[in-house]
Design a protein around this ligand. Structure first.
Ligand code: PHE
Length: 347
C-alpha cells in the first residue's frame, strides 16, 4: 500500500513537468487531486487496512497529498521559460512595469525658469527669511507702525514671546518679498543685483489670490541706476517669460518704499486681452508686479548712502505670472494648490 502511494506520487510529478499551460494544470489537478481522482481512489482503500497498517500508511498518504498540492501551487506561481507560461501570470521576458514617475510642481518649474532668466543678466538668487520681524517687512520700508498703507498687505502676525520687546521685533509671515531689500543692503556688498524668490502669506483667497503664494523681488543698487534700467528689466523679463509678442503696461502707483512707483500689468491670456466675461482679469489686464526707484529712507535703513547710490526694486507674483503663460488658460489661481493630479500631470 505504501508502495502504491509512492508510485502514484512519482507518476503525478512526472506528469506535472509536462503540463505546459493553465488548462493542462487544471486537468492534472482533477486527475490526481480531484474528489474522484487517483489519490482519492487510493485513499479509499485505506479503509480496508488493519489498524496497525493504517497507522503506518495513513501519514504517508497525507504527506503525498500535501506534496502534490504544493507542487502544483509552485508550478502555478513560478516563472515560465518565456515560450510557454504554465498557468502563471509572470513571464521574465516581458518588459517591466514602469512605476509612475512624478515631476516638479508647475510653480517650482516657474521658479527655476525665473531664476535662470535673471541669472542671464547677472541677478543672483538670494534667500531671506519667510518669517521675519515687523522691521524688515514694514518699518525699514518706510512704513512705520500703524501706517495705513500697511492695510494692503493683509498680514498674518505670529505669537512670538521672545520678540515682544518692541513693535519692530514682532514677527510676521512675510506678506511680500520686500523684507529682503534692507536685509540685502545690510550685507554691505555693492553693487547689488539680486532676485529673492520666496513664499509670501496674505489673508486672501479668490480667483487671483491664495493665502500662500510666491513672489520674486528684484533689486539693483549701484551708482547711476535709473528708471530706464527698471523699464529695460521689465521688458526683458516679460519677453523671456511670455514671448516677444506679449503686451504689457506700466501704471503709475504708490508704494511707501519706492518713488516713483508703478504697477506692471500684462495682457490677460485667458481672454486674450478682451476682458469679455473673464473671471480672472480686469478689462483684459492682469496685475503682475509693483516696482519703482528705491526710496532714500530704505537705502539709509540698509546703511547705504542715497547720495552716492540709487536703486530700483520690484516684486512679481510667481503664480500669477505662471498663469499668464501663453496658452495655459488657467483662470483660477487656487487650482495650482488643489493637488489634483488630473491637472498637475499636464505640466
Ligand atoms: N512688495 C510690493 C507688493 O507686494 C511690490 C513691490 C516690490 C513694490 C518692490 C515696489 C518695490 O505689492
Amino acid at each position: 500500500m505504501q508502495h502504491q502511494f509512492e508510485q502514484l506520487k512519482k507518476e503525478a510529478l512526472v506528469a506535472l513537468t509536462s503540463a505546459r499551460d493553465a488548462d493542462a494544470l487544471r486537468a492534472w489537478e482533477i486527475l490526481y487531486l480531484g474528489r474522484k481522482g487517483k489519490l482519492a481512489q487510493l485513499m479509499e482503500k485505506l479503509g480496508t487496512l488493519s489498524v496497525e497498517e493504517k497507522k503506518k500508511v495513513g501519514p504517508i498518504a497525507n504527506a503525498v497529498k500535501q506534496e502534490l498540492t504544493q507542487a502544483i501551487e509552485v508550478k502555478r506561481t513560478s516563472p515560465g521559460d518565456g515560450r510557454s507560461s504554465p498557468g502563471d501570470g509572470f513571464d521574465t521576458t516581458l518588459p517591466g512595469v514602469r512605476p509612475p514617475q512624478g515631476h516638479l510642481h508647475p510653480v517650482t518649474q516657474a521658479i527655476q525658469e525665473i531664476e535662470d532668466i535673471f541669472s542671464r543678466i547677472g541677478f543672483h538668487r538670494a534667500r531671506h527669511p519667510e518669517v521675519d520681524t515687523d522691521w524688515y517687512a514694514f518699518e525699514s520700508l518706510n512704513m512705520p507702525a500703524d501706517h495705513p498703507a500697511r492695510d494692503e498687505w493683509e498680514t498674518y502676525f505670529i505669537e512670538s514671546p521672545n520678540h515682544r520687546n518692541t513693535e519692530s521685533q514682532k514677527l510676521v509671515l512675510t506678506p511680500h518679498t520686500s523684507n529682503g531689500q534692507v536685509r540685502e543692503l545690510e550685507k554691505g556688498k555693492l553693487p547689488i543685483r539680486m532676485v529673492n524668490i520666496s513664499k509670501c502669506y496674505r489673508r486672501q483667497s479668490d480667483v487671483s489670490h491664495v493665502p500662500m503664494f510666491h513672489q520674486f523681488e528684484g533689486v539693483y543698487v549701484d551708482e547711476h541706476v535709473t528708471f530706464q534700467h527698471l523699464k529695460g528689466v521689465f521688458e526683458y523679463f516679460i519677453h523671456e517669460f511670455f514671448g516677444p509678442k506679449r503686451t504689457y503696461r506700466l501704471r503709475p502707483f504708490h508704494f511707501r518704499f519706492t518713488e516713483p512707483s508703478v504697477e506692471v500689468d500684462v495682457q490677460c491670456d485667458v481672454c486674450n486681452g478682451t476682458g469679455k466675461n473673464c473671471r480672472l482679469c480686469k478689462n483684459g489686464w492682469l496685475e503682475l508686479a509693483g516696482g519703482g526707484m528705491m526710496h532714500p529712507n530704505v537705502l539709509k535703513a540698509g546703511g547705504v548712502d542715497p547720495k552716492k547710490y540709487t536703486a530700483f526694486a520690484f516684486g512679481f507674483g510667481v503664480e500669477r505670472s505662471y498663469m499668464m503663460k501663453s496658452g495655459l488658460k488657467v483662470d483660477d489661481i487656487r487650482i495650482l494648490y488643489k493637488n489634483d493630479l488630473r491637472f498637475l500631470e499636464q505640466f
